[in-house]
Design a protein around this ligand. Structure first.
Ligand SMILES: C[S@@+](CC[C@H](N)C(=O)[O-])C[C@H]1O[C@@H](n2cnc3c(N)ncnc32)[C@H](O)[C@@H]1O
Length: 209
């Protein structure tokens, strides 16, 4: 049985998972970073605690903390049930079981929830959506986006992906997207067409597996 989502779900990874997903070095962490589609991940909260605040962008940031807690709870049962059914699609090296995965995710999302209202007041969480972001050209050094583009290839078309990636490139110097496979770990049908189109624009792309 495959993973199937009617639409993109709010689900968040931990700070350590962000370091691994984006291969972030200490030098990277000192850069001016935006996380697009940041959702309920704890990366922003932990970066704030480290004294190097970043900006996260997501349409779910229009909601209150209590509404977001409810949405996370509503998502939990479905995501974890599908993770049990698809446990063979995960690489169980850093995390050993679906139960441990659930615990790590819920800890990360709890850290996000506790940080959210304060961070929103200070402009660290911004309610906005790809492909139109409210930032001037070149505003950030490093643009991150995880578990949105390519991952939800069944829910968004090639035109959305291209417009979204061009918008990420407009607001920053370097863009890192993770993963480049879909929710079922299959190659995204949009990866090659997107790279071809961007290289025609003169953008240097590298797809690391
Ligand atoms: C699965 S979550 C990933 C959260 C986080 N990046 C992570 O990897 O843990 C995907 C997020 O993308 C957000 N999203 C959906 N459509 C979006 C859009 N057009 N622009 C920006 N974010 C969007 C959703 O609200 C959701 O919070």
């Amino acid at each position: 049985m495959d993973f199937h989502y009617e639409d993109i779900v709010p689900w968040g990874r931990s700070f350590d998972e962000y370091l691994g997903m984006f291969n972030l070095s200490e030098d990277d962490l000192a850069r001016d970073i935006v996380d697009v589609g940041g959702g309920p991940a704890s990366f922003n909260a932990l970066m704030h605690q480290r004294g190097t605040p970043i900006v996260s962008v997501d349409p779910i940031y229009r909601y209150s903390e209590s509404e977001l807690r409810q949405r996370i709870q509503d998502t939990y049962d479905d995501v974890i049930a599908q993770a049990h059914q698809n446990r063979d699609k995960f690489v169980w090296t850093h995390i050993s079981s679906v139960d441990e995965l659930a615990e790590i995710r819920m800890q990360a999302m709890e850290a996000f929830c506790r940080d959210f209202e304060n961070g929103k007041q200070h402009g660290r969480y911004i309610d906005a959506s790809l492909p139109n972001l409210p930032f001037p050209d070149g505003r950030f050094d490093l643009v991150l986006s995880a578990h949105l583009l390519f991952f939800y290839s069944a829910n968004r078309d090639l035109a959305f992906h291209l417009n979204a990636i061009r918008e990420l490139l407009r607001i920053g110097t370097e863009v890192r997207i993770f993963p480049i496979v879909d929710v079922n770990s299959n190659p995204s049908p949009f990866l090659s067409p997107a790279i071809d189109a961007l290289e025609k624009d003169g953008i240097a792309c590298s797809a690391l597996l």
